[in-house]
Design a protein around this ligand. Structure first.
Ligand SMILES: *[C@@H]1O[C@H](CO)[C@@H](O)[C@H](O)[C@H]1NC(C)=O
Ligand SMILES: *[C@@H]1O[C@H](CO)[C@@H](O)[C@H](O)[C@H]1NC(C)=O
Ligand SMILES: *[C@@H]1O[C@H](CO)[C@@H](O)[C@H](O)[C@H]1NC(C)=O
Ligand SMILES: *[C@@H]1O[C@H](CO)[C@@H](O)[C@H](O)[C@H]1NC(C)=O
Length: 327
């Protein structure tokens, strides 16, 4: 199973005709001087017929900056390694303000080689998302001369059981195509092909840098260990305090009620710390990074709550390396 498919939070909402119809009425490639648009907050949702939806996010205004703690990549032989002492980057997702979301909103920008799900609405009879077979999305950076960005992404934006660029293509096409503010028209008459892809990657990185999960946990003496276990409440408290909003904390692995300590009990949460999603609203364009932290919508974890129930595992030997480009 691909780790990039672990989406268990908000409900998937199907926007009729979302894959082809115009999602952002009135957007042309003219007149998006965002300096002229008051940088309004993205939630509660702004009305796109009143504000410029290229300058204020009017579609997916609840921004989730998401990270993984993986212990291996499955592609160590190819040199695909995790960054030592850093949680790796997952993505930047545009949820609706109420916590539901859409995906694969523009199939003309489908760069995901392994679509997941395989249809836009996730049902067997839904509109198929055709697997992408062209040059990988990493190559889109080359005409812009952004080789430093590519190197950074190959250091911190790491896939599991898939090549990194395939994963970036997944993140872009599944999620970024749903933003009103990353639509091609917003980039004006001189739009250069894939400009918004570069913009999305840069924005995602900007958000990721604000939430150094590894360091935050370390300062609270919560460090990867194969001999100690931790308590969910301590992890949650630490990250919520640093971020300013309660994040979603995701666990994998065995249910606590199937482990020796919790056997047969009422705590049926999972026991291996693997991901975190930080929630934000943005003022004006998400690209500008003027955000305010908010609490996760809906359930904020699937982890076990019992004392010392959580493993925060050390990575497998040989699966990580010390980054040579700064975080
Ligand atoms: C752009 O703005 C000009 C000046 O207000 C206006 O005449 C024109 O119709 C606008 N174009 C579009 C596509 O909205
Ligand atoms: C959530 O918001 C979206 C977008 O505004 C809307 O289409 C959807 O019906 C809402 N869902 C719920 C459960 O309120
Ligand atoms: C643990 O919880 C799950 C989910 O509620 C349940 O299906 C399973 O039977 C439980 N296992 C044990 C050993 O209690
Ligand atoms: C720590 O434990 C995890 C889970 O069993 C394992 O995958 C990893 O290789 C271990 N790391 C070390 C350094 O032993």
């Amino acid at each position: 199973m691909l780790f990039n498919d672990r989406r268990i939070g908000g409900a998937l909402l199907v926007v009729v005709g979302g894959a082809s119809a115009q999602l952002y009425p009135g957007q042309s490639n003219l007149n998006h001087s965002c300096i002229l648009q008051e940088p309004l907050l993205s939630c509660p949702p702004q009305n796109p017929s009143v504000v410029d939806s290229c300058c204020v996010e009017t579609f997916g205004g609840l921004l989730l900056t998401t990270q993984f703690w993986d212990t291996y990549t499955g592609r160590e032989k190819e040199g695909q390694l995790l960054p030592k002492d850093v949680w790796s980057l997952h993505g930047l997702w545009p949820d609706f303000c109420n916590g539901s979301y859409t995906q694969y909103c523009d199939l003309s920008r489908q760069y995901d080689p392994i679509p997941s799900p395989k249809t836009v609405d996730g049902t067997p009879n839904g509109t198929p998302v055709p697997p992408y077979t062209g040059p990988n999305i990493g190559t889109f950076l080359e005409p812009f001369g952004k080789l430093d960005l590519l190197k950074w992404m190959n250091t911190y934006w790491i896939a599991q059981n898939q090549d990194n660029a395939g994963f970036w293509g997944h993140e872009f096409s599944k999620h970024a195509t749903c933003y009103s503010t990353f639509n091609k028209a917003c980039y004006g008459p001189k739009y250069q092909e894939h400009e918004e892809v570069v913009g999305f990657f840069e924005t995602t990185i900007k958000y990721y840098k604000k939430v150094p999960t590894f360091d935050w946990l370390k300062k609270a003496s919560i460090k990867p260990s194969n001999s100690t276990t931790y308590t969910f409440k301590d992890i949650q408290k630490t990250l919520a305090k640093k971020h300013g909003g309660v994040p979603y904390i995701g666990c994998s692995g065995p249910l606590y009620n199937t482990t020796k300590e919790g056997y047969g009990g009422s705590d049926t949460g999972k026991t291996v710390l693997t991901e975190v999603w930080y929630y934000n609203y943005a003022y004006g364009r998400p690209q500008d990074g003027n955000t305010i932290p908010v609490d996760a919508t809906g359930s904020n974890t699937n982890c076990a709550k019992a004392k010392h129930a959580i493993h925060y595992y050390e990575r497998t030997e040989g699966s990580e390396k010390k980054p040579t480009v700064p975080y």
